[in-house]
Design a protein around this ligand. Sequence first.
Ligand SMILES: O=C(CO)COP(=O)(O)O
Length: 247
Amino acid sequence: MASRKPLVAGNWKLNGSLELLNEMAPELKAVAGEDVDVALFVPALLVASSAQQGVITGIQTVSEYESGAYTGEIQASLAKELGASFALVGHSERRHIFGESNEDVAAKFAMAQQQGLTPVLCVGETEQQREQNETESVISAQIDAVIEKLGVAALSQSVIAYEPVWAIGTGKTASPEQAQQVHQFIRAKIASLDSEIAQRLLILYGGSVNEQNSSDLFAQADIDGGLIGGASLKKDAFISICESAKG
Ligand SMILES: O=C(CO)COP(=O)(O)O
């Protein structure tokens, strides 16, 4: 079985500051190492500073357009040039607040990859969809949009983040068993198309991860780290979450 190096990534969303970045960067580099990769999805305007300080850096969204008359959009190629290595695509806040469809997300995934960024495809169901037993079909459709556009091989250069919408920013974490069940479903779904890609794929969990619950979540067989919102803005909490992902 392929061994997977855990990745813990902070998603600062529309929060944080240059000051916080300067304070956290040295400590994040110190905690990262052979046992865990640590990344930060900072607001776009902080990407250059974060990367210059040697932090593995991601951008929170990219435009599906390469360049041109699209005022306000974020150019994937420029994020790459400024030192980003990852791009979040399809975060539930982009899907639900900004109306991004599965097809939009697949287009952003394609553009990120085309420009040399590793896309982190966020998937997850709402509370209502879970209650109606639609979790697997919703997540399948979110992943299939990418596979239909680019083929399953595209997933070999990507990361998937399972973030149940009902667990984001609510303090209601999925239990380790609930999360593992969905992670296992995602890996099995991809394995049915390509087992090697599935074995190597990092699948992160996100949604109210904190320093109390991270160890149990990360101990699950198919959970390869986390995507951390609120707790990634608190230095000590975030460092302790990163530590807990080490074997
Ligand atoms: O959306 C998230 C990370 O992308 C999760 O946010 P919280 O950790 O604040 O629930």
